[in-house]
Design a protein around this ligand. Structure first.
Ligand code: ZN
Length: 467
C-alpha cells in the first residue's frame, strides 16, 4: 500500500472547524490513522477530445479502447460539458471548481489570478505528493496552473523549427508541445523515481498526478501505426475525410499512452485503489457548423467531452450516467470523495453521490457556456465579435452573441447536432433561457471554491500532517 495514512483532505477553507475535526480524528503526534488512508489520485486530460469521437461514447471506430476499459469498471458520464472550448480556461475550471467568468482566466495567454487556489495546492497541503506532466505551451507554468505541484513538467525541449510568431502575446522559446509517448514516459519516470512503481513502502505519501495529452489537437499527425488503423472513409475520400481520419488516429495514439500509464499502475497493484479521472478539455469542430478547430463556437461538438471516473476499490460500478454534468464538478467531487465536502460550490456540484450510486444528475441543471470576447475579427471564414454565451437546460440550448446579432435556440432532444435554429423573439423557451443567461452574466462571481489562508496552512502544518 503506497498511501500514507497521515495525510488528510480538508474542505475548501481549511478553517477552524475542519482543522479541529482533523485534530479530533488524528491526535497530534499520531502518524497513522485507523480509517481508510487517502488514495492516490490520477487526473488525465485529453486536449481537444470530443465525446462523440470516442468509441467509449458509441463512435463507430475503435478510437478509445483504454477509455472503454476504464468505463467497464468505472462510471462514464454521457453528457459532460467543458465550460469553454479553450485549453487554459477549461483546465483552470477543472482545477478550481469555478467557471471562467468566476476564476477570471477567460482566454488563452492569461494567467489564473493570484487569489485563486487550485486543487493541487489543497492536496499538497494535505500531504500529497503532487506532479503534473503537460504537453502544450497553453499550460506553461506561467499561466498559473503549476501552483501546488512539486513537479510541473512543461519542458518540451528545443523546437525543431523556431517559432517566430508569439502565441497569445507570449514568446515561445522551446517546442510548443510534445507527443503523448514523451509525456507518458516522463510521468512514469516520476512515479518510478518516487518509489511508487515498486514494492509498497509503509508510510509512503499518496500522489496526485495530472497528465495532459495534447495529440488530438491540430495539426492531426498521428504516428503511422495509429494512422493506419483509420484510413479515410469512402471510395473517394475528401480532404475533410482525411483530416477526420487523422484526428481519430491521434485520439487512438493518446488513448494508447493512457493505457500504458494504467498498465504500469496496474502492474504494481495501484490502479484499483487509485481515484482515476479522465476528461477532455473541450471538443473540436470538424465542419459541422462550417468551422474546423475550436475556440470560436460553443456548439455541442466543441463542448461535449468524455468524463470517466474509475475507482473500483471505493465506487460501485460500472455505470453510464446520462444526465448533464460539468468539468466544473471535478474539484468538489475529488474533495467530497476524500471525505471533505465543500460548503461553497458556486455553480459546481459534487458528483460523489452520483458516483456512489445514491443520486443521479438533475436533468434541469443549468449548464452555462461561454466563448472569449473578440474584437471584430475574421477567423478563417467565421466572423466573430464580442462575447458569446449559452445556457443548456433540459432539452433546450440557447446561444447568443449580441455583438454578432445572433440568437439561437436548439431542441437537443430532437436536434442533437444543432442544425435547426428555433429562435424567435416570442418563443417562450428562448425568452426563459435568455433571462437565465442574462442573470448569470450579471451575477457577482461566487467566492472561490478553494480558499486557504496562510493561517489555515500554518495550523495544518502545526498538526504535523505535512512534512
Ligand atoms: Zn485544449
Amino acid at each position: 500500500m503506497p498511501e500514507d495514512a497521515d495525510t488528510l483532505l480538508t474542505s475548501q477553507t481549511f478553517r477552524t472547524l475542519v482543522v479541529l475535526t482533523i485534530a479530533a480524528m488524528m491526535p497530534a503526534g499520531c502518524r497513522r490513522a485507523s480509517h481508510q488512508p487517502p488514495p492516490p489520485i490520477l487526473l488525465v486530460t485529453f486536449d481537444t477530445l470530443r465525446a462523440d469521437h470516442c468509441s467509449a461514447y458509441g463512435y463507430g471506430r475503435p478510437t478509445t479502447p483504454t477509455l472503454e476499459r476504464l468505463a467497464r469498471k468505472g462510471v462514464l458520464f454521457e453528457t459532460a460539458y467543458a465550460p469553454m472550448a479553450t485549453t487554459t480556461p477549461s483546465h483552470a475550471t477543472m482545477l478550481t471548481g469555478l467557471l471562467p467568468r468566476e476564476h477570471g482566466l477567460v482566454r488563452n495567454g492569461e494567467a489564473l489570478p493570484p487569489g485563486q487556489r487550485i486543487l493541487a495546492e489543497v492536496l499538497e497541503l494535505a500531504g500529497y505528493r503532487t506532479a503534473a506532466f503537460v504537453s502544450s505551451f497553453a499550460l506553461d507554468h506561467r499561466f498559473g496552473l503549476a501552483r501546488g505541484f512539486e513537479t510541473y513538467d512543461d519542458d518540451f525541449g528545443p523546437a525543431m523549427v523556431a517559432r517566430t510568431e508569439p502565441w497569445e502575446g507570449h514568446r515561445v522559446e522551446q517546442a510548443f508541445d510534445r507527443t503523448a509517448d514523451k509525456t507518458c514516459r516522463r510521468a512514469l519516470d516520476w512515479l518510478g523515481a518516487q518509489g511508487y512503481l515498486g514494492p509498497p513502502v509503509p508510510g509512503r505519501r499518496p500522489f496526485f498526478l495530472w497528465v495532459h495529452f495534447f495529440d488530438p489537437h491540430d495539426p492531426y499527425r498521428p504516428p503511422e501505426a495509429h494512422a493506419a488503423l483509420f484510413p479515410p472513409l469512402g471510395p473517394k475520400p475528401s480532404e475533410l475525410d482525411r483530416q477526420i481520419a487523422h484526428y481519430d488516429g491521434e485520439i487512438h495514439f493518446a488513448d494508447a499512452e493512457l493505457g500504458r500509464l494504467l498498465d504500469e499502475l496496474d502492474h504494481f497493484g495501484l490502479l484499483a485503489q487509485t481515484m482515476t479521472i479522465v476528461a477532455g478539455d473541450h471538443g473540436e469542430g470538424l465542419m459541422q457548423h462550417g468551422h474546423m478547430g475550436h475556440g470560436l463556437m460553443i456548439y455541442e461538438e466543441a463542448v461535449r467531452v468524455p468524463l470517466v471516473v474509475h475507482w473500483p476499490r471505493a465506487l460501485p460500478g460500472p455505470r453510464r450516467v446520462a444526465g448533464p454534468v460539468q468539468l466544473l464538478d471535478i474539484t468538489p467531487t475529488v474533495l467530497d470523495l476524500l471525505g471533505k465536502p465543500l460548503d461553497t460550490l458556486g455553480h459546481a456540484r459534487s458528483l460523489a453521490p452520483i458516483l456512489r450510486g445514491r443520486d443521479s444528475p438533475d436533468p434541469a441543471r443549468e449548464v452555462f457556456l461561454q466563448r472569449r470576447r473578440y474584437e471584430t475579427e475574421t477567423v478563417g471564414t467565421v466572423h466573430v465579435k464580442g462575447e458569446k454565451t449559452a445556457v443548456r437546460q433540459g432539452r433546450w440550448k440557447y446561444i447568443e452573441a449580441p455583438e454578432e446579432g445572433t440568437h439561437e435556440l436548439y431542441d437537443l432532444a430532437a436536434d442533437p447536432h444543432e442544425l435547426l435554429n428555433l429562435y424567435g423573439p416570442s418563443v417562450a423557451e428562448a425568452s426563459l433561457l435568455a433571462g437565465k443567461l442574462q442573470a448569470w452574466r450579471q451575477s457577482v462571481a461566487p467566492p472561490p471554491v478553494l480558499s486557504v489562508s496562510e493561517e489555515d496552512a500554518r495550523r495544518l502544518r502545526s498538526l504535523g500532517y505535512v512534512q
